[in-house]
Design a protein around this ligand. Structure first.
Ligand code: NAG
Ligand code: NAG
Length: 280
C-alpha cells in the first residue's frame, strides 16, 4: 500500500514535470535572463532530488537504458554529477525502441567498460535547458561525460534538437525532466561513437512512437507497478565478449524493450512531449 502511494506520488510528480514542458519550451521566446538557473534553482541548499532509477522506470520506455546504467554502476555516478557538482547533468536517454533497432552484435560485442563509456557518452557534465541547445549548437563538438574521445555535435534548428555521434543522428523527441540540476531528454536513437565502433553498426529503421496508444488495461496501474521494480534487470550484453565477431549470434535480450512498459503512461508522456515540441 505504501509502495502504491509512493508510486502514485512519483507518477504525479513525473506527470507534473511532463506538464511543465510547454512552459519550459515556450520560455525560449522570453528574454534570456528569465531562463537562468537562478530562477529554477531554489536558494535553499535542499534542491528537490530526482530519483533517476524511479523516473526512468516510471516515465517512459527507458528500461533498456536503465538496465545498462545499473549494469555499469552508473546510476549513482549520474546522481552524484547532478547533486554533488555545481554543473549538474544532462542525460540523453534513447527509448527502448532505439536499442531494439540495433542489430544484436552492436552492443553485445562491447565489454562492460565500453558499455559504460557508451552510456556516459549520452551524458553532458552540465545541466542544459532545451533552449540552451541553441547556443551549444554553435560551439562544435561537445565533450561528454565519457571524455574527449566521445564528443557529440548538438544542432538546433527551429526548436528541433539533434545530437550526433559518428554513426548516429539522434533527435530529441521529448523532455523527461528539465529542472536543474538534472535534465533528462528522450532520444529516438542510440548514439554510436566512433571510439567504440570502427564501422557503422547495422541499425534497423526505428519505428515511430506508436500513433495510437493501446488503451490502458483495467487495473493496469497496479499491475504495471508490480512489474516495474528495478530488479527486472535486462541482460543486454554478454559480459566479457570483447570480440564483436564472436558475438554475432548473441541476441540482445533487451529486457524492457518488448515487455511490460506501462504503455499508456509512456504514450501519454510521448503525446505531451510531442505537443511540447510542436509548441516550440
Ligand atoms: C530510487 O528509486 C528506486 C526505485 O524506486 C529505489 O529502489 C531507490 O531506493 C531510490 N533511491 C533513493 C536514493 O531514494
Ligand atoms: C561535428 O562537427 C565537426 C565540425 O564542427 C565535424 O568536423 C565533425 O565531423 C562532426 N561530428 C559528427 C559526429 O557529426
Amino acid at each position: 500500500m505504501r509502495r502504491a502511494v509512493a508510486l502514485l506520488a512519483a507518477v504525479v510528480v513525473s506527470l507534473s514535470s511532463v506538464l511543465h514542458r510547454p512552459l519550459a519550451a515556450g520560455a525560449r521566446l522570453a528574454p534570456a535572463a528569465s531562463l537562468h538557473r537562478t530562477d529554477t534553482w531554489p536558494p535553499t541548499p535542499q534542491a528537490k532530488r530526482v530519483n533517476l532509477t524511479a523516473i526512468l522506470t516510471l516515465d517512459g520506455p527507458f528500461r533498456t537504458f536503465l538496465g545498462y546504467l545499473q549494469q555499469t554502476n552508473l546510476v549513482e555516478v549520474f546522481q552524484n554529477q547532478a547533486y554533488l557538482t555545481d554543473q549538474g547533468i544532462t542525460i540523453f536517454v534513447p527509448v527502448d525502441r532505439a536499442f531494439a533497432a540495433l542489430k544484436p552484435p552492436a552492443l553485445s560485442g562491447l565489454s562492460r567498460h565500453q558499455l559504460k563509456n557508451l552510456m556516459m557518452s549520452h551524458t553532458l557534465a552540465k545541466h542544459y535547458e532545451l533552449a540552451e541547445f541553441e547556443g551549444l549548437s554553435r560551439i562544435g563538438p561537445v565533450t561528454t561525460l565519457a571524455g574527449g574521445l566521445f564528443t557529440v555535435n548538438v544542432t538546433y534548428d527551429a526548436g528541433t534538437v539533434h545530437v550526433r555521434s559518428r554513426w548516429a543522428d539522434a533527435k530529441v523527441v521529448g523532455s523527461v525532466s528539465v529542472d536543474a540540476p538534472m535534465a533528462i531528454y528522450e532520444l529516438d536513437r542510440v548514439l554510436l561513437p566512433d571510439a567504440l565502433f570502427r564501422a557503422q553498426p547495422p541499425v534497423a529503421p526505428v519505428p515511430d512512437a506508436p500513433a495510437a496508444p493501446p488503451p490502458a488495461p483495467a487495473g493496469g496501474e497496479g499491475g504495471g507497478a508490480d512489474e516495474a521494480p528495478p530488479t527486472a534487470e535486462p541482460d543486454p550484453a554478454a559480459p566479457g565478449r570483447d570480440d564483436p565477431a564472436a558475438a554475432a549470434d548473441a541476441p540482445v535480450s533487451a529486457g524492457g524493450a518488448s515487455g511490460d512498459r506501462l504503455p499508456h503512461r509512456a504514450a501519454a508522456a510521448a503525446a505531451i512531449g510531442a505537443i511540447a515540441l510542436v509548441a516550440l
